[in-house]
Design a protein around this ligand. Sequence first.
Ligand code: SDX
Length: 453
Amino acid sequence: MSFKLVLSLVFLIEFYTFVYTRKLIMSETASINLNGKTLELSVITGTENEKAIDISKLRDQSGYITLDPGFKNTGATKSAITFLDGEKGILKYRGYKIEELAEKSTFLEVAYLLIYGELPSKQVLEKFRSDIKGQMMVHEDMKNFFAGFPSKSHPMGQLSCLVGALSAFYPESLNPNQNEEEEYQTIVNLIGKMPTIVSWIQKKSLGHPVVYPKKDLGYIDNFMNMIFGEVNCDKIFDDAVLDAMRVLLILHADHEQNCSASTVRIVGSSNANLYASISAGINALWGPLHGGANQAVIEMLEDIKKDGGDVEKYLAKAKDKNDPFRLMGFGHRVYKNFDPRAKIIKKAADEVLEKLGVQDPVLDIAKGLEQAALSDQYFIDRKLYPNVDFYSGIIYRALGFNAEMFTVLFALGRLPGWIAQWKEMRDNKEPIGRPRQVYTGEVDREYVDLENR
Ligand code: SDX
């Protein structure tokens, strides 16, 4: 058989295999039988082979809706930003493994990647950096109402207010139909102002005057200088400290459809502006079941230390259904294996504390707790592993932040991810988010006058 004939045969086999498999994937359906009527619902397959049954026409076709409190089995959208495999402990931003980005990238490069989908060229990154630096100053009038916060008010409450207030001070960014350039300006405005606002909040908690951004410093150096400047300059510019912050910000940058990202998307889906949507995300992150866990972990470890460091006692409390105590920093809605971020942060915690010569007894308690939990049947059965919040607070504390600032630092890292999710929802022209419900209340009741009740 001539070579050409073999080649064309191979091509034909390849072609039909390709068409057949794609046809299979495209035509894969799920059948639902309702009251004797069979519905064929199409199955969508993602690029990482995740599968979803498309129920977007279910109610029109059957009058039925689905019910899934906490959306444990429900996809809200299709997204190309972040992929995570909870069973295998895999996390990738736009297809790049988190381990590689944490080792080789910078926070603003990762921010650009998440928001615009590609690693930027040198020129594009330099412009992105300089546009952000040009926006790090915050309108001085914002300090007037910021001054009104009680000094002990929680930093997350202050942060959500200040970010929401940006819509008052930068009204040009409110147009819901911003063009690409206007949207870019709003994005770099927010990324530029966030570290300055965070530094204001930290300074207020200490009763110290604010430090202004400097044009000759980079994003993280500027942030650390605004936070610790005029106090301990040598520490803030220590390579180990700056690198730890770089890694922490990258690791927190996005995590697909978590509680706060979903909040940002649903608020943004009403055409609310970016600042309002991000402010809502900050409030969702505040909860101790979500980003607030990093503060709760340190408070828990401190309690265990004060109580003699008996980790077995606290494991027993975590397993006791009658005890409201939960092992904060453990467990995850999606990861049923190690949270890949926790592994990197645990290693960074050892390195930073050693480099800074910090002896923190709660680190040993955390390691003891992890070791005990990972060999305990209750935790094994429920696939409960340390998550991103378990070790991060130990590093933040070693860097000199107080515990109430930890979730604010989580928000600083998560900002590019929230922006990316908000932008993708708008670019895809997704409809306003408005879930259905199953009504279980009273049916028909007559009004009864007050005197007859
Ligand atoms: C983040 O979603 C994200 O991606 C979030 C995040 C991101 O980057 O955006 O990763 C950041 O929020 C990490 C999670 C931080 N929160 C905590 O560390 C708080 C402690 N963890 C838990 O409250 C809990 O694990 C959640 C909230 C994280 C997940 O809760 P789920 O998925 O609703 O699971 P569940 O509460 O139904 O728990 C399943 C079982 C239950 O036991 P049973 O009823 O089956 O007997 O596991 C138990 C729970 O009681 N369990 C725990 C536990 N977490 C779950 N028991 C003790 N201690 C825990 N921490």
